[in-house]
Design a protein around this ligand. Structure first.
Ligand code: ASP
Length: 344
């Protein structure tokens, strides 16, 4: 999407106001130095580590003049469409009944708009559907069957998102889930070793300082049907303020929702914190709000949670409880960098 016409209108409106308010002549107005005082931003894209290909794509697009949200949708779609990424979109791990339910949300800084979908079935690219909600409706979130109907109204095909690999993983999980059920256990050596969570968050700062953010996921694997995590919640899975920065998260969604983690991280940056320190401060808040059943004997959370953040100047950072890395792309190219660790 493009805000160029909007920006031009605001620009011309502002110019007119200055001319009228000070009664200066048009020729003086043209020479006025207020037109562009904002220093150019350092363009950058950050993402969870699985977004290493996507940050390069989004960076290439945004530095070639693409809109910020369009650039990161293209970035995260690489994971959504990849059947081998079992955390996002097509090929994502399903809920406890073997159904893939996807969540996504996005924010477009320059236009101050947001869109989201929750528990969406059968559509490979929930990021695009969240962007359609943002662009073409007066709402922010659509869920379930109605979100799917909304997507098909734009020509999207409903497809089976459960890949053979994800189905096999689900069948193994179902067979081995507990001793008291009627499913016979599968031998240990047949069991697949797979990650059970995953998501991609991506945040971008364009050369002109515009910012956008997006998060898309298949959610926690084996979740209770209908469970919606943090990813589609504006302020939890991601948040963007065009005057300050953007932040997003991956990991145990319920713990993030409890502190509105992406919003909180942006608020910490608004107070002047560096993105890395803001992400760490949010993680500390998570620990404070964690109930005892989710803490280990050492008092540390027994789940994983990561935050990623960028500010308007193009500074960036990430934080996790332990050692972790995230993807970044700037003029030095795409690479994985260390997150700050709350615990050594
Ligand atoms: N945050 C996602 C959710 O809770 C899962 C993840 O990032 O692994 O749905």
């Amino acid at each position: 999407m493009s805000e160029s016409s909007l920006s031009r209108r605001s620009f011309l409106g502002a110019a007119g106001a200055v001319v009228a308010g000070t009664a200066i002549t048009p020729s003086t107005a043209v020479a006025a130095p207020w037109v562009s005082r904002r220093p150019p931003a350092k363009p950058v894209v950050v993402a969870s580590a699985n977004g290493i290909r996507g940050v390069q794509r989004a960076f290439d697009l945004v530095t070639a003049g693409s809109d910020t949200l369009d650039a990161i949708v293209e970035g995260v779609k690489i994971q959504e469409l990849d059947p081998n990424d079992m955390s996002v979109g097509y090929g994502g791990l399903p809920n406890e009944e073997g159904v893939v339910q996807l969540d996504a949300s996005c924010m477009h800084g320059p236009s101050k708009r947001a869109g989201a979908v929750g528990a969406l079935e059968g559509i490979k690219t929930p990021s695009e559907i969240a962007r359609l909600v943002l662009k073409y409706t007066n709402h922010i979130m659509l869920v379930g069957k109605d979100a799917q109907r909304f997507a098909t109204s734009y020509g999207y095909q409903v497809e089976d998102l459960l890949t053979p690999r994800a189905r096999e993983a689900w069948l193994h999980w179902r067979a081995n889930r507990g001793a008291g059920d009627d499913w016979l256990d599968v031998a240990r050596d047949e069991r697949l070793s797979l990650s059970t969570t995953g998501t991609i968050n991506m945040d971008v700062v364009a050369p002109n300082g515009d910012i956008s953010s997006i998060t898309t996921t298949s959610g926690l694997s084996w979740k209770i049907p209908g469970r919606v995590g943090d990813s589609p919640i504006i302020g939890a899975g991601q948040y963007c303020d065009n005057d300050v920065g953007a932040a997003g998260s991956t990991g145990r969604g319920e713990s993030n929702i409890m502190v509105c983690g992406a919003f909180l991280t942006v608020e910490f940056m608004r107070q002047g914190m560096h993105p890395k320190d803001a992400a760490l401060a949010t993680l500390k808040r998570v620990v404070e709000k964690t109930p005892p059943r989710l803490l280990g004997p050492d008092g540390r959370p027994n789940f994983g949670l990561n935050f990623y953040a960028v500010n308007k100047a193009g500074e960036f950072g990430g934080a996790a409880f332990g050692r972790s890395r995230f993807a970044v792309c700037d003029e030095q190219g795409a690479r994985l960098v260390d997150s700050a660790a709350l615990y050594e």
